[in-house]
Write a protein that binds this ligand. Structure first.
Ligand SMILES: NC(=O)c1ccc[n+]([C@@H]2O[C@H](COP(=O)([O-])OP(=O)(O)OC[C@H]3O[C@@H](n4cnc5c(N)ncnc54)[C@H](OP(=O)(O)O)[C@@H]3O)[C@@H](O)[C@H]2O)c1
Length: 263
């Protein structure tokens, strides 16, 4: 199936590693012109080099901290200067601080709101006018399965990310008539560097090997394994294609069957 993404201009934020990199990779392999971002110039340069080698597509790297509004504004300015527009936005973020309710400070909450909500809103606000002019656009927000099933030690994710579902529905309603769709992805356990750090931490606390810790994580997942970053990319690429133009305002779970809730 040709997804028709060749030449489309795509921003994938927080994309030098993990899920973001997997998504950027799939878009680049589909021939899209891809923008990758993260806080570190070194990581950005490395990701650009790898993606160009893998795909041969045009890849632009921009350093931007998603907790900082002026970085988000700079990111869009640079993309508009180089690519002249943005057709697809995939808003992924770095992980919010881990912690239970009693462990988190006011500053932790403020930072999480900037990272997970405010700059998603602001970036959207900056790219949507061009999409309206062209009567075509795709807004995709990568969140977490915590919207359906909490993880007790990541209260910031359990709470703040839920607002993205409201944003998605509101955008879908307001922009759907202009050729623009908005959808969200709620992924379960995906094998990334972050997950490997969590497994190492579990291994040392429970005096087991990292392999055993990974197996324990996979035990509750009916398909018996963690997901791969590229698998989030395949879903994002489909949502970004014209084949998915009737999917609008949806929050889609991709978790190997992990969440037990029916709806
Ligand atoms: N992996 C999972 O199983 C899973 C499950 C559910 C939800 N999630 C969520 O999905 C997102 C991605 O997770 P992941 O596992 O792919 O994480 P990861 O492997 O740690 O990768 C995070 C990426 O985000 C960048 N980044 C971190 N903080 C940033 C910031 N403030 N501004 C801009 N870029 C930033 C990192 O690059 P730099 O360090 O260079 O900035 C890196 O490229 C996170 O929000 C995570 O909480 C993950």
């Amino acid at each position: 199936m040709d997804l028709g993404l060749k030449g489309k201009r795509v921003i994938v934020t927080a994309s030098t590693k993990g899920i973001g990199f997997g998504v950027a990779r799939v878009f680049a392999e589909e021939g899209a012109r891809v923008v990758v971002t993260s806080r570190s110039k070194e990581n950005v340069d490395l990701a650009v080099k790898r993606l160009k080698e893998i795909s041969g597509s045009e890849v632009l790297g921009i350093e931007a901290d998603l907790r900082v509004r002026s970085d988000v504004e700079k990111l869009v300015r640079e993309v508009l200067n180089t690519f002249g527009g943005v057709d697809i936005l995939v808003y992924n973020t770095g992980p919010p601080k881990l912690g239970t309710f009693m462990e988190l400070s006011f500053e932790d909450w403020e930072e999480a709101v900037r990272l997970l909500l405010l700059n998603a809103v602001w970036l959207t606000k900056l790219v949507v006018p061009g999409m309206i002019e062209r009567r075509w656009g795709r807004l995709i927000y990568i969140t977490s399965s915590t919207l359906r099933q909490i993880i007790p030690t990541i209260v910031l994710s359990n709470t703040v990310r839920l607002s993205i579902a409201g944003l998605v529905k509101s955008l879908a309603h307001e922009l759907g008539g202009m050729g623009i769709t908005a959808n969200g992805i709620m992924q379960g356990h995906i094998k990334t560097e972050r997950t490997m750090r969590i497994a190492e931490d579990l291994a040392s606390r429970n005096k087991i090997t990292v392999d055993e810790a990974l197996k324990n994580l996979a035990k509750d997942i009916p398909v018996g394994r963690l997901g791969l970053p590229e698998e989030i990319g395949y879903l994002a690429a489909f949502l970004a294609s014209d084949k998915a133009s009737y999917i609008n305002g949806a929050m889609i779970l991709i978790d190997g069957g992990y969440v037990k809730a029916v709806l």
